[in-house]
Design a protein around this ligand. Structure first.
Ligand code: ATP
Ligand code: MG
Length: 158
């Protein structure tokens, strides 16, 4: 189905904003205009839910979670950044593998199976996009993904 990604994303963020702990601050940097793309809403909701849950789960000291959508050539780039404990450089790609969890002892008490990002990778791939992570240990993590977007589509009507 065709959806305005900005509204879709805002609705998901709103849902987390209602349940998050008050010391965590959300910041949104989103386009003012609608961005119509074709997505499976249930699947992308699951992807974004997991990325936000991770950002909250691995930000023990609170801090800020930043949500961004950028319009690029032929695609949009969505990013979710936290100021949590980060992921060591050598594990950045492995977090997208099934059951992979950084530092078993640290993550065991936080719960989870290590499937969330593997599922995200599969679903973003099925949408024709990419997903990757950037992180600086001790400073925070950013998960980024792209989705195909034809910014010229409005012109078809003229
Ligand atoms: P599940 O999502 O299945 O409940 P999970 O959150 O452990 O479990 P993933 O979402 O796949 O699994 O994440 C894999 C691992 O990547 C996590 O266990 C954690 O070690 C690391 N990770 C993911 N997101 C972050 C983040 N924002 N900050 C720090 N580490 C992270
Ligand atoms: Mg997870």
């Amino acid at each position: 189905t065709w959806v305005d990604f900005v509204t879709f994303f805002n609705d998901i963020i709103d849902r987390f904003e209602m349940i998050k702990e008050s010391h965590i601050v959300f910041k949104r940097i989103l386009p003012k205009e609608a961005i119509f793309i074709q997505i499976d809403e249930d699947k992308l909701t699951q992807v974004i839910d997991n990325i936000i849950s991770n950002a909250l789960k691995y930000s023990p000291e609170g801090g800020r979670v930043t949500f961004k959508v950028k319009v690029l050539d032929g695609q949009i780039e969505v990013s979710i950044s936290d100021q949590g404990l980060g992921i060591p450089k050598e594990n950045l790609e492995r977090v997208f593998e099934r059951f992979y969890r950084v530092d078993k002892a640290r993550t065991r008490r936080l719960g989870g199976t290590g499937l969330g990002l593997a599922i995200a990778k599969e679903m973003i791939g099925a949408h024709g996009g990419d997903i990757w992570a950037r992180s600086v240990e001790g400073k925070g993590t950013t998960i980024l993904f792209t989705l195909p977007y034809d910014s010229e589509q409005e012109d078809d009507w003229s």
